[in-house]
Ligand binder design. Structure first.
Ligand code: ASP
Ligand code: MG
Length: 441
């Protein structure tokens, strides 16, 4: 009995400690150059929170640039090394701009490239996805080193942590699954004592490591998910994702001028939007937060006084039409080689290949004699997937299509889309319309 009470008091004390804990996640655009990093610094000092954990993505479009290095190496184009050196220089320029002489002199930035340079010197003997994770992870390691050095120089009590010591995953490279038990223990052992002693912990999004200590990644835009993993395990008061848009909008404001800001969004609605491919937040981000009732705040780093969007439990919220558009979709029509019906065993064969080649299906439609899949796989996976399908089916392929998903749709939204091109597939449920269109304009 006494023991039980002790445990209760202990747990209670721990919760008090974490009461004002906040997690901030800064995406690539929010650290894209020296001025952006200065702005991040201002946001952190005006946060006024006692306990802060900061998760950072790669600078600007670094992840894309590193992806190209992997591609060049794998296909032996001869450009990989030069491309990698260019990335190094961009980062050093930013460090120079921020007057981080100590960091430049320490060699820490150069060190981050050593392993990748070894890999590039060698011929390829590893899988594409394994190589990808080892090389692409440099982006987050670089950005966090630079930001940490800048905050430290400005006298903030920052501690840089290698998140690969904390977030443990399986070896599904490029889309690794988190081992929550080990990760939670690491958060308690590594991050908790630092935060309680008044430090700001700063770490990388997107990356983790396997039990063999290889680097893994959580999928593109995975830093949001890192924020959610850490926020959920420290029982944060909220996770704030700082972006270059005012919050979550009814459509992508970069392409749709009619997009409006949503002030409130229920967890489940946000889950649906990310499932259909809304780019604003990584799809795995919502669930861990929802399980612990931790609000997700999406705010603009251009305008940090604005409230942005709050994603939380708002079961009665009414929504205007919410639009998600996926570009460059591929439609595969599969029919049997002997013109028989597409039946259950065909489905099973297709899904086995979908899993094997890590394909994400955005829309699926079956008719008696054909099965249509709408997908947008990484180009490295597409060819092998189609080749495997061709051993079982007759496969026709159409590219460059747009997939519109509209939640809470109105007839005028549908008409507008139909006018924009040739309609290939339409699917409706009570709340959601999906239209696959070949654009004519
Ligand atoms: N840097 C990674 C990417 O661009 C992860 C992230 O930004 O969330 O996908
Ligand atoms: Mg990014």
């Amino acid at each position: 009995m006494i023991e039980l009470e002790m445990i209760f008091i202990f747990v209670h004390l721990q919760q008090i400690h974490w009461i004002n804990m906040e997690v901030y996640k800064f995406g690539g655009a929010s650290v894209k150059d020296a001025n952006a990093i200065r702005n991040l610094h201002r946001i952190i000092i005006s946060a006024g929170t006692e306990q802060l954990l900061v998760v950072i993505s790669a600078i600007g479009k670094t992840t894309n640039a590193l992806e190209q290095v992997v591609y060049a190496h794998y296909h032996d184009t001869g450009e990989a090394f030069v491309q990698l050196q260019r990335i190094k220089e961009v980062h050093k320029d930013i460090a120079r701009d921020l007057e981080l002489e100590d960091l430049l002199r320490s060699g820490l930035l150069d060190d981050l490239f050593v392993e990748a340079e070894w890999l590039l010197e060698d011929t390829v003997h590893d899988s594409y996805d394994y190589l990808y994770d080892q090389i692409v992870a440099i982006g987050e390691l670089l950005s966090t080193r630079i930001v940490a050095a800048f905050l430290e120089k400005n006298e903030l009590p920052v501690v840089w942590i290698d998140v690969r010591d904390v977030i443990k995953t399986d070896d599904s490279y490029r889309n690794a699954s988190v081992d929550w038990t080990v990760t939670a223990a690491n958060i308690n052992a590594i991050i908790r004592p630092l935060i309680t002693s008044g430090k700001i912990v700063l770490t990388q999004g997107f990356i983790g490591s396997t039990t063999e200590l290889n680097t893994s990644t959580l999928g593109r835009e995975g830093s949001d998910y890192t924020g959610a993993i850490l926020a959920s395990e420290v029982n944060a008061t909220s996770l704030t994702v700082w972006k270059d848009v005012p919050g979550i909008m009814t459509a992508d404001p970069h392409v749709d001028k009619s997009a409006r800001l949503l002030l409130k969004l229920d967890y489940l609605e946000a889950l649906e939007m990310t499932y259909y491919g809304a780019k604003v937040i990584h799809p795995k981000t919502i669930k861990p937060l929802m399980d612990k009732s931790i609000p997700l705040l999406v705010r603009s780093f251009h305008n940090p006084v604005q409230h942005g969007t709050s994603v939380s439990s708002f079961p009665d919220e009414q929504y205007p039409p919410l639009k998600v558009v996926l570009e460059d979709q591929i439609l595969l029509r599969l029919s049997t080689l002997d013109f028989t019906f597409v039946v259950e065993n065909h489905f099973s064969e297709v899904f086995q290949l979908v899993v094997k080649h890590k394909i994400k299906i955005h829309l699926l439609k079956n008719l008696a004699l054909s099965l249509s899949l709408v997908i947008s796989p990484a180009p490295e996976h597409l060819r092998a997937f189609i080749d495997d399908l061709k051993t079982i089916f007759d496969v026709s392929e159409e590219r460059g299509l747009k997939l519109y998903t509209i939640r809470h749709f109105k007839p005028e939204d549908i008409n507008h889309i139909k006018k924009s091109g040739i309609l290939l597939i339409e699917e409706y449920s009570s709340e959601t319309a999906q239209l696959l269109v070949q654009c004519t304009s």
